[in-house]
Design a protein around this ligand. Structure first.
Ligand code: ATP
Length: 238
């Protein structure tokens, strides 16, 4: 649980404005999807929320009962040169649990993502899809309050995508706030409660998923969504 408020957030790289007084308020629970064209600033927004990028101006506020335990699943997962199991166990070290509990929880997480057979395999030698699944397993294992997902299923086959979406749904149901960047609008329909549309570093629209995707008000959202979303997605999701 973590409400996120971005107020007039400006980020510029080498003099080029990437986030342009971005202002939006994300509800404390549920899944919020950030969508928009390539280069709109979605990944940078996740990095700003996580504190990896400091805004040039404006503010980011994350409220909750305690400082949120965060998990960030990047497009290209960051893994240490150790076994898959060790990568999950390492993420669990800040938690006050015993070594045996860490091991058990790591095994359960790998099992949840269908990676049991790869537990002792060097993480950096796993396939792209397996690495993404490992990053998701790690996020699930730490029982986070806030999860930032950047195209979390980009490398996954359909079966693994279904597994991953089930996991995101579970994380959200456990009470964590999830912010999801995805170009897969079917996935956005399946997972997201609300959608923020970014265009050129600004939030041009924010509302319930169905409303934003079926009747976008802004020209930018209309242009992005146009033709991408067959009605069958909603039929399948309902
Ligand atoms: N570290 C950086 N240094 C310089 N420019 C950057 C950096 N990170 C991002 N940018 C620029 O910021 C802009 C927004 O990038 P961002 O990755 O947030 O886009 P995005 O909406 O996630 O796009 P995509 O859908 O292609 O992933 C791009 O023009 C990108 O080149």
């Amino acid at each position: 649980m973590a409400a996120i408020t971005l107020d007039k957030v400006e980020v510029a790289f080498n003099g080029k404005t990437v986030l342009d007084r971005l202002t939006t308020e994300l509800p404390p629970t549920g899944v919020t999807a950030l969508i928009g064209p390539n280069g709109a600033g979605k990944s940078v927004t996740l990095r700003v929320i996580d504190g990896l990028v400091a805004p040039n101006s404006g503010s980011v506020r994350i409220s909750g009962q305690r400082p949120p335990r965060r998990a960030f699943v990047f497009q290209r997962p960051v893994l240490v040169r150790a076994s898959a199991a060790a990568n999950v166990e390492l993420a669990l070290t800040p938690l006050r649990i015993t070594r045996a509990e860490r091991k058990a929880r790591a095994r359960a997480a790998l099992d949840r993502l269908g990676l049991s057979a790869r537990a002792d395999h060097p993480a950096t030698l796993l396939s792209g899809g397996e690495q993404q699944r490992l990053a998701l397993a790690r996020a699930w294992a730490i029982e986070p309050d806030l999860v930032l997902l950047d195209e979390p299923t980009a490398n996954l086959d359909p079966a693994a995508t279904e597994l991953a979406e089930g996991l995101v749904d579970e994380i959200s149901r456990r009470g964590a706030k999830v912010v999801l960047v995805s170009h897969n609008l079917g996935q956005v329909v399946r997972l997201a409660d609300d959608v923020v549309v970014l265009s050129r570093g600004r939030a041009v629209e924010h509302g319930p998923t169905r409303a934003v995707l079926t009747s976008p008000r802004s020209a930018e959202a209309q242009a992005y969504i146009k033709g991408e979303l067959p009605w069958t997605f909603f039929a399948a999701a309902s």
